[in-house]
Design a protein around this ligand. Structure first.
Ligand code: ADP
Length: 477
């Protein structure tokens, strides 16, 4: 089998490799991908540093053309790349193709943004002096990504980093190197100068750690677990480096008595279980008022009975497998914890056997949960959802906000008063009314509060906050 290598200083390198395994069929090796070393990482950082002066002064048309070419190629290959994504990560083929289209749209968006770079000019308070405010690129950006969105998250970090004139060392998650390799290959062929984008696949403890330890990385953008996020933060403070973190969520979805039941059930099923519950915006706490509680639970349970869990590549599959054995164990452990804590297992909880060997788990619904239980407080990152019964809207809002996290928050209601109040008072970076908590657009800010996020928002024009630094210049006229 060929080894998909790392890209360092414009050359494909690396002879050590690890297997990329399909979670829908563990007999299938998706490919062999390079397992980079600390030395490779140092070389990549040096290459990115060397490439920065020229790239930071490159013309905006050159950046536009490269980003646009990448977006166009990803769109043209959406079915093939979507299939690769479904095979390495386990989300269903339609979900994976949707994510690939989104990656393309992100490149198209930042291709446009490259042509809209602008600053401000204003008079000084002192006579005969002009002031200009411009944005400079940061320098070398370290990009560390998780496994749950193998093409969209790399796209939403790589595209703005390049658009604003930075160079990159990119380390994807160990479990999903294939989509990352594909987009780096596309950008390389689209004409990026040597060293502008370096790919170092490998272990977090080796490649990731070497990035954190480097004084030559000007900014790290990270999406992943809270534990690793803390490491990024402390190392970045030490190096006086800018950093941006997107970590966990325990996103609430409130369902009020006046909700449209069909809308509420669709939103809850989508938020909680699609993409196997492996989205940081997934809703794992359904906070339901008394008057609709039993009807809602009955309707959601009926819906879950119709959900097909199977091989991600099979037509008709609604939910693919869990990503790997370690995550499956976490999910099962939390199901046991929920039972021991006294929540009622209303649906699911069992492992499933399918034609191909994979990590198949039934969507799992707990009822009679309290907001103090571990299953309601800790991020599980699987298809495991708890229903919490509350008296009224006020208790629902207080419960929704009573969490260490603050990424996304949703409400199902037909009341303008409650929807408006909830939008204003939900302690979250993103609020959804009559929509799933997951599923966001590519051209608007993405990010959270409290324990979920740190630093400026990602995506849309707000991305410039992280990938640039402001310069104020004064000129005597
Ligand atoms: P998860 O538990 O979901 O895999 P992680 O935070 O471990 O979440 O992984 C997110 C990303 O962080 C991955 O690319 C992983 O390789 C990387 N990573 C893990 N450990 C470290 C570390 N010590 N330093 C830098 N990056 C790391």
């Amino acid at each position: 089998m060929t080894i998909y290598q790392n890209l360092i200083a414009g050359e494909w390198v690396g002879t050590n490799a690890t297997k990329n395994i399909n979670p829908s069929d563990t007999n299938e090796v998706v490919g062999l991908y390079a397992d980079g070393s600390a030395e490779d990482t140092k070389n990549a950082i040096a290459a990115a540093k060397a490439a920065f002066p020229a790239w930071s002064r490159s013309g905006i048309w050159e950046r536009h053309v490269i980003l646009k070419k990448a977006g166009d190629e990803i769109m043209a290959r959406k079915d093939e790349l979507g299939a690769l994504l479904a095979r390495e990560e386990g989300k269903t083929l339609p979900e994976a193709i949707g994510e690939t289209i989104r990656a393309s749209q992100i490149f198209e968006f930042f291709a446009g943004e490259a042509l809209r770079l602008a600053g401000e000019t204003m008079p000084s308070v002192r006579p005969n002096i002009g002031v200009e405010i411009t944005r400079d690129p940061l320098g070398v950006i370290g990009i560390i990504t998780p496994w749950n969105f193998p093409i969209a998250i790399p796209a939403w970090k790589i595209a703005p980093a390049l658009c604003y004139g930075n160079t990159i060392v990119f380390k994807p998650a160990e479990l999903v190197p294939a989509c990352s390799w594909a987009i780096v290959d596309i950008l390389h062929r689209a004409g990026l100068p040597k060293g502008v984008l370096n790919l170092v696949m490998g272990k977090g403890s080796v490649v990731g750690q070497a990035m954190l330890d480097s004084p030559d990385i000007a900014g790290i953008t990270f999406t992943g677990s809270t534990g690793t996020g803390k490491r990024v933060a402390t190392s970045s403070i030490e190096h006086n480096r800018k950093f941006q973190l997107e970590m966990g969520g325990k996103n609430p979805m409130v369902v009020l008595d006046d909700a449209d039941l069909t809308v509420a059930v669709e939103a809850a099923a989508n938020s909680g279980f699609f993409s196997t519950g492996q989205r940081c915006t997934a809703s794992s706490r359904l906070i339901v008022t008394e008057g609709i509680h039993d009807k809602f639970v009955a309707a959601l349970t009926e819906k879950l009975k119709t959900v097909v869990v199977d091989n991600a590549m099979k037509a008709g599959t609604h939910i693919g497998p869990v990503v790997d054995e370690r995550q499956l164990k976490t999910d099962i452990d939390y199901i046991e914890i929920g039972k021991k804590e006294g929540a009622k297992l209303a649906f699911g909880g069992e492992l499933l056997t399918r034609d191909t060997p994979g990590f198949y788990l039934q969507p799992t619904l707990f009822t009679e949960a309290t907001n103090q239980m571990r299953i309601s407080r800790e991020e599980i990152f699987g298809p495991v959802v708890s229903v919490i019964r509350v008296k009224d809207y006020e208790e629902a809002l207080a419960t929704a906000n009573d969490t260490p996290f603050g990424l996304s928050s949703g409400i199902a209601t037909t009341s303008l008063k409650h929807a408006t109040h909830f939008k204003r008072n939900a302690e979250a970076g993103m609020v959804m009314v009559n929509l799933p908590t997951a599923g966001v657009d590519f051209h608007v800010p993405f990010g959270g509060r409290k324990g979920s996020s740190y630093g400026p928002r990602e995506q849309g024009k707000y991305a410039a906050e992280f990938y640039t630094t402001v310069k104020t210049s004064y000129t005597l006229a």
